[in-house]
Design a binder for this molecule. Structure first.
Ligand code: MCU
Length: 404
C-alpha cells in the first residue's frame, strides 16, 4: 500500500499519522496514547517535539498525535480520567430567562445543572453570539457584543479543601471514587454545556466563538478546559499560579532558590484540584513525562492568553514565565506565535483586573471571538522574580522545528 493511501486511511480513522509513518511498516502503529511512561527521567522540561517513543514530531498532523499523547499522560499522572459525552443527555433552553439546563444520566444516576446566559442587546451576528464561559463567574472585563455564562464549577466539583474529594454533581453521577480531579470534572461540565449549545440553535450562541476564563484556582481550571476541550476558541487563565500556567519543575527550582512559592508537594495537601494519584509523583518530578508547558501547548493552535500577578511570590512568577516561554515554542513551530499571549505585571490585588492590560485582552477577544483582524503580539513579563534567575538554556534544551 502506498504511503498516500496510509495517510488517507489514517484520516478516515481520525488517527493522526506519525512521523515514523514514513518508515516502512511503522505507519500501522497509529498513535499509541499510554497513560504513563515507565522509567521516564528528565529534570529539565520535557521536549514537546518528541513522541513518547523518542521519535521526532515533524508535521502539524504529528502534533495532533503528540497532543493526544500529552492529554493521556496528564490524565494518567495528575488529572484522572476525563469521561466523554454520556450516551444519554438532555438539554433545554428558556429564551425568556436565558437558562440552559442539562440533565446527564449514567447507570441509575442522573444530575441536572443549569446556568443563565446573559445576552448583549441588539442583533446577533450571523452564526450567533460569541460567548465567554466564566468559572464561578470569572473576573475579567468582557467587551460588549459578547454573551456571558457564569459556570458554577464549584458545584460540579467542590473545592473547599481535601474533604471535597469526590463531592459535587460530577461525583453524584460517576461515583465518589471516580479518578477525575475537581478540575477534570469541571472540564466535563464545560464540554456538556458546549454540547447543549450545539444542540439548541435557539440559544443563538456561535459555538465556534467560545472563550473560557477563571481566576486563581478557577484559572487553573480554565486552562484545563482550554487544553482538553478543542471547541474552545480562546482560553484566558487569570493568575492561575502553581498548577496552572506554571511548571512543576520550575516552581520547585524557584522555591529551592529561596522564594516562597506553591509547589506540587504543597498543592496536593491543600485541595482536590489534582487526582489522588498525583501525590505519588510530587516528590520526584523528574519522572513526569510532561510538565505544564505541555498542558498549555495542548491549547495550540487555538487562542491562549494568560495573565499573572508579580506582586505575589506564591503564584511563582519565574515558573510562569519559564513555562509559558517553553509552551510558546509549540505555537512558533505551528507558525501561529501570535495566538499565544502572556502578560505578567504587579500593582493590583489578586484577581483584580488591571486596566492597563485591557487593550491586550481586547485584542484577543477581537481576534478570536469578534472576527477582527488585529495583532495579538503580546508576550512579556516585568521580570519581578524575587531574586531568582531565569536561564532559559538551563530548562529548554530543544530546538524549535517548523512543523510542516
Ligand atoms: C492561585 O490559586 C490558588 C492557590 O493555588 C492556593 O494556594 C491559594 O490558597 O488560593 C489561590 C486561589 O484560588 O485564590 C483565590
Amino acid at each position: 500500500m502506498k504511503f498516500s493511501t496510509v495517510i488517507q486511511l489514517s484520516s478516515v480513522l481520525l488517527v493522526a499519522p506519525r512521523a515514523n509513518a514514513q518508515l516502512p511498516g511503522l505507519g500501522w502503529l497509529g498513535c499509541p496514547t499510554p497513560s504513563t511512561i515507565p522509567n521516564f527521567n528528565n529534570s529539565k522540561l520535557p521536549d514537546p517535539f518528541l513522541f513518547n517513543d523518542g521519535l521526532p514530531v515533524l508535521t502539524k498532523s504529528d502534533w495532533e498525535c503528540r497532543r493526544a499523547q500529552i492529554g493521556a499522560l496528564i490524565q494518567g499522572y495528575e488529572a484522572g480520567v476525563l469521561p466523554g459525552k454520556p450516551s444519554h443527555v438532555t438539554s433545554t433552553f428558556n429564551a425568556t430567562s436565558g437558562v440552559l439546563s442539562i440533565t446527564a444520566f449514567n447507570g441509575g444516576n442522573n444530575i441536572t445543572f443549569a446556568q443563565t446566559i446573559k445576552y448583549p442587546t441588539g442583533t446577533a451576528p450571523a452564526g450567533g453570539w460569541p460567548l465567554v464561559i466564566g468559572y464561578d463567574g470569572g473576573s475579567i472585563p468582557v467587551p460588549s457584543g459578547i454573551a456571558t455564562l457564569s459556570y458554577a464549577n464549584s458545584a460540579m466539583a467542590v473545592q473547599n479543601d481535601l474533604t471535597s474529594r469526590g463531592v459535587g454533581l460530577f461525583y453524584d453521577l460517576y461515583g465518589a471514587n471516580h479518578t477525575a480531579s475537581s478540575m477534570t470534572a469541571w472540564v466535563w461540565g464545560v464540554s456538556r454545556i458546549i454540547d447543549a449549545l450545539e444542540d439548541l440553535p435557539k440559544a443563538n450562541i456561535n459555538t465556534k466563538k467560545i472563550a473560557v476564563t477563571g481566576c486563581s484556582r478557577d484559572g487553573k481550571g480554565a486552562l484545563m478546559a482550554g487544553a482538553f476541550e478543542p471547541r474552545i476558541a480562546l482560553t484566558i487563565p487569570q493568575e492561575s499560579g502553581s498548577g496552572g500556567d506554571t511548571c512543576w519543575r520550575l516552581s520547585l527550582y524557584e522555591q529551592s532558590s529561596g522564594s516562597v512559592v506553591q509547589t506540587a508537594t504543597e498543592i496536593v495537601q491543600e485541595n482536590v484540584w489534582f487526582s489522588t494519584n498525583f501525590a505519588n509523583y510530587v516528590n520526584e518530578l523528574e519522572v513526569l513525562p510532561y510538565d505544564h508547558h505541555l498542558l498549555l501547548a495542548m491549547v495550540a493552535p487555538r487562542g491562549l492568553v494568560s495573565y499573572e500577578n508579580t506582586d505575589f511570590a506564591w503564584l511563582s512568577p519565574l515558573s510562569a514565565w519559564g513555562c509559558v516561554s517553553a509552551a510558546h515554542t509549540v505555537y512558533e513551530a505551528l507558525g501561529v506565535a501570535q495566538n499565544h499571549g502572556f502578560e505578567q505585571i504587579g500593582g493590583h490585588e489578586h484577581c483584580a483586573w488591571p486596566a492597563n492590560l485591557t487593550a491586550s485582552l481586547n485584542s484577543f477577544f477581537d481576534k478570536f471571538l469578534l472576527n477582527e483582524n488585529v495583532s495579538t503580539d503580546d508576550f512579556s513579563t516585568n521580570d519581578v522574580f524575587y531574586n531568582v534567575t531565569w536561564n532559559a538554556a538551563n530548562w529548554i534544551n530543544w530546538k524549535t522545528p517548523r512543523l510542516l
